[in-house]
Design a protein around this ligand. Sequence first.
Ligand SMILES: NC(=O)c1ccc[n+]([C@@H]2O[C@H](COP(=O)([O-])OP(=O)(O)OC[C@H]3O[C@@H](n4cnc5c(N)ncnc54)[C@H](O)[C@@H]3O)[C@@H](O)[C@H]2O)c1
Ligand SMILES: [Zn+2]
Length: 676
Amino acid sequence: MTTAEDLIARSNRLGADPKNTNYAGGNTSAKGTATDPVTGQDVELLWVKGSGGDLGTLKESGLAVLRLDRMRALVDVYPGVEREDEMVAAFDYCLHGKGGAAPSIDTAMHGLVDAAHVDHLHPDSGIAIATAADGENLTKEIFGDQVVWVPWRRPGFQLGLDIAEIKAKNPQAVGCVLGGHGITAWGDTSEEAEKNSLWIIDTAAAYIEEHSKAEPFGPALEGYAALPEEERRTKAAALAPTIRGIASADQPMVGHFNDSDVVLDFLAHEAHARLAELGTSCPDHFLRTKVKPLVLDLPANATVEESIARLKELAVSYREDYQGYYDRHADQDSPAIRGKDPLIVLVPGVGMFSFGKNKQTARVAGEFYVNAINVMRGAEGLSTYAPIDESEKFRIEYWALEEAKLQRMPAPKPLATRVALVTGAASGIGKATAKRLAAEGACVVIADLDLAKAQAAAEEIGGPDVAVGLAADVSDAAAVQAMFDAAVLAFGGVDLVVNNAGLSLSKSLLETTERDWDLQHDVMAKGSFLVSKAAAKVLIEQEMGGDIVYISSKNSLFAGPNNVAYGAAKADQAHQVRLLAAELGEHGIKVNGINPDGVVQGSGIFAGGWGAKRAEVYGVKEEELGKFYAQRTLLKREVLPENIANAVFVLCGPDLTHTTGLHVPVDAGVAAAFLR
Ligand SMILES: NC(=O)c1ccc[n+]([C@@H]2O[C@H](COP(=O)([O-])OP(=O)(O)OC[C@H]3O[C@@H](n4cnc5c(N)ncnc54)[C@H](O)[C@@H]3O)[C@@H](O)[C@H]2O)c1
Ligand SMILES: [Zn+2]
């Protein structure tokens, strides 16, 4: 194995176990020799995890490769701690060849420490010691002189110099605890570094286990125990739209819900409010979770109405508090304030809502707060939790280097942060629509009658951070409510609802049974009424506007042959568009419709008998039906599911912001169905 391959294998092993480091937290390095292609001579190199990325999935392309002699020569030009950030740009002049990934702020620590292999990690157990008020003494007691305490210092060149010095002065040491932050371990071989890292992590964990007081979070709080699962989920779903609205006051956010035991246990004990207020500590956390969460200060049995009213008050004070924090610490060089809303919202008895610019970020923010809870539990178990000073938290959160990273992020996709729910999305037009909305950055809920088909479609579109599949019969009010509950727990809320579920039976008036009539009206007329009603509740509570789109039909206008039940149900849907556009406009909710026609390919409706019937009615072969429809159109084009999906995107996308109550025909031109 090459040095780099060996480093990747070690990193992946360490990153795979969440006890060792948080998501995307920490970095690893190896020093070794390679042949310099310019001179043919050996050259000493440093391979180190680059900026961003996660150890568990690190690949060679994620490593920065630097010339060790040049990297170490930076010590001679280092202008001092006040200007240490300039050294990050200087790393670019130390790169070997194209250098691989961008070197991170921690590169100095890896390069300057005189050991061939270095691991810097953020284990909960290690950070618990690092954030304990008497962390220095605890480090001595737990590790003797094997592990050295390094007082808090913001990551950077100076921290690298500090650690290098400590290593030089303590040749017996295998690593150090970085106050307020994490651990660093080293070894002459890759195996030794890994062994030392794991030894520090496991020894700290075992010590906490053995010496922690019984109730690190204090006695149980009367009335704050977790609600039974079903009740908890129902309450969470009822609160979710309001909480997402709170988290999205400055910028729209996607949400994630976590009701794991760790979270519920924390909220059920007396110390949770005091500890939450103290905020997190590890430098990774501030951009992901903000300094502190918003904590609802009501017991588990508070009603939804009481909880909503109190959450709204707390949101106002959270925003004032955050502005105060910014104003206390910002100077003229600080980046602008990035939004005052909480990223973590804790509801006793119910769980935690976390937020981010996409589902993955929202989920990881929640994981980070679970890390923070574990850290607080460990620190309080042994001592008192004492995170870094507020001014240092601010320096990390509004660090110019972090700001530069944010500025370099690619522009978000047009539907980023929006949560779409498409009914009947396991097939045909619905599936094409879900696909398109996801491709434009939306999170998508695929709802259909058949759970397996809905889940398969979700999997095809991109897995749980992009799409989830649910079973729901839109003609059943309870099922529709359950679908929205599941949707808001999956992504925090809903912004864009597509009433697409439908079915079609081609029969003359005399052949149409009462059952035929009811079925089509139940699924399309009543179904979209139920879906729009449940959607509107969520949209209104979120106060973020929204879109409802009806996939009605050319047949809502055109009196086609043998079509009384279907055409009448479609006309009902079409009028719902106008009625709801008028009613919901004041909430910023747009309601529009699409009138497709002749979408044969991919359509379950056509494959399931309707196509055969229509072919018979028109006197053509079933497989020729798409072509036949195309020839009836003004444009002579066959209409595909993607054409409908495109229209949905346009109606909900960034351009048609001032259009509501409109029907867009997507039928390749049918004069008889022109709108007037
Ligand atoms: N295909 C066309 O030419 C055409 C033309 C105009 C309008 N439309 C409308 O477009 C929509 C989608 O049609 P398609 O052609 O993609 O058909 P499709 O059969 O491929 O898809 C419809 C989906 O709706 C689901 N569904 C049916 N009843 C449901 C219920 N009660 N609850 C939840 N899901 C249910 C089905 O399981 C199916 O997956 C329908 O509303 C249809 O009326 C289609
Ligand atoms: Zn770190």
